[in-house]
Design a protein. Structure first.
Length: 361
């Protein structure tokens, strides 16, 4: 019987780093050497860097036993469900707080879960300090400088209607499995945030659209830097009007603001603005205008090919729009879902081997 020699480790690592995470997990049973290889932190980091990202969407639905669903969009013609059935059922009303390197963050009030759909592992975070306070902002991101995953929580007291009186910001670090307070100066600000605008993070800074009650309804961008420990409230471009359809997202590793125009109510037009210098006020540059597109649509994010994902305000259809050629593609598979509600969030997702288990789990 011939003996089949394994390829050298460097060749094996190069090959396996290009294989989807779910397939690699099946290789753990090949041998003890392969088992430890695919769990090695260096290999996990290499695989993470090689993973092909695609978009995941979060839909709010009207089905009582499943009001939220998440779907992967690997290309223009296919849609796959993202299975989160292995996570603890906090409630049917949990929120999706985003994804980083294949990890997904879920929350319900002060209960927060980080899970990995590829490995089917999850971690229920310890209760944050001031857990009875109202959570205004919650964000989830990866810190490349410390190679760690972080959750930021911005909370205010429930016993007062004046949100300018007090606030607390805490950071959870997955490596330490603990919360620590981040001292930020944010006095004399109202924090009545738009809860339907999820967090957008870039280079250790968390961004949210917020509504300032003084004057009422004036939209700003709140930013918390978890590395340097500062809070800033930034203005929108001067020509942008406050509106619920204004959205923050990422475009080519830059913070983008997508703002509606009101020239014609029979079609849709949006301006796309990019923030040029981070930490500098009023540093927006208009990139281009999306549309006009027949009918009413709301954009939520950009695909890797820079096509914009939108939902139809009249029919709820999820579409991808190529502003260069003016072409619209409809995700017909999503139209077949029972009682689809509306698009809640768009974020990048890539399968990952990162373990979220605690060391003693």
């Amino acid at each position: 019987m011939a003996i089949v020699n394994e390829p050298p480790d460097d060749v094996l690592i190069d090959i396996l780093s290009r294989v989807p995470a779910k397939s690699i997990l099946r290789f753990k049973s090949v041998s003890k050497h392969w088992y430890f290889l695919v769990q090695n932190p260096s290999f996990v980091s290499l695989h993470r860097a090689s993973a092909r990202p695609f978009h995941c969407i979060s839909l709010e639905r009207t089905v009582d036993n499943n009001p939220w669903s998440m779907h992967l969009l690997p290309d223009q013609t296919s849609v796959h469900d993202l299975d989160l059935s292995f996570t603890p059922r906090l409630s049917k009303d949990f929120d999706h707080q985003g994804s980083c390197n294949g990890l997904v963050c879920l929350s319900l009030k002060s209960n927060i879960v980080i899970c990995n759909p590829a490995t089917r592992e999850y971690r229920l975070l310890p209760q944050p300090p001031y857990c009875t306070w109202h959570t205004h902002y919650l964000g989830f991101a990866f810190d490349s400088e410390t190679d760690d995953y972080r959750v930021v929580r911005f909370a205010t007291p429930r016993e007062t209607d004046d949100y300018r009186i007090d606030h607390r910001t805490h950071i959870y670090c997955m490596s330490a499995d603990s919360w620590k307070e981040l001292v930020v100066v944010a006095r004399n600000h109202d924090f009545t945030g738009y809860h339907h605008h999820p967090c957008t993070s870039l280079d250790g800074v968390f961004y949210w659209l917020s509504s300032n009650a003084y004057p009422y309804g004036h939209t700003k961008i709140d930013a918390v830097n978890t590395v340097e420990g500062w809070f800033e409230r930034r203005s929108l471009p001067a020509s942008v009007c406050s509106h619920l359809q204004t959205n923050l997202c990422l475009l080519n590793d830059s913070l983008a603001l997508v703002a509606p125009l009101y020239d014609n109510w029979l079609d849709t037009q949006f301006d796309v603005w990019l923030m040029d210098e981070y930490g500098v006020q009023e540093c927006w540059t208009k990139k281009y205008t999306i549309g006009p597109i027949l009918g009413s649509h709301r954009p939520f994010g950009f695909q890797p090919n820079n096509e914009v994902l939108m939902t139809g305000c009249d029919n709820g259809m999820i579409v991808s729009y190529n502003h260069g050629i003016g072409d619209i593609k409809v995700y017909k598979q999503l139209c077949n879902l029972p009682e689809v509600g509306f698009l809640r969030q768009v974020f990048q997702y890539s399968e990952n081997l990162v373990s979220v288990k605690r060391r003693l789990d």
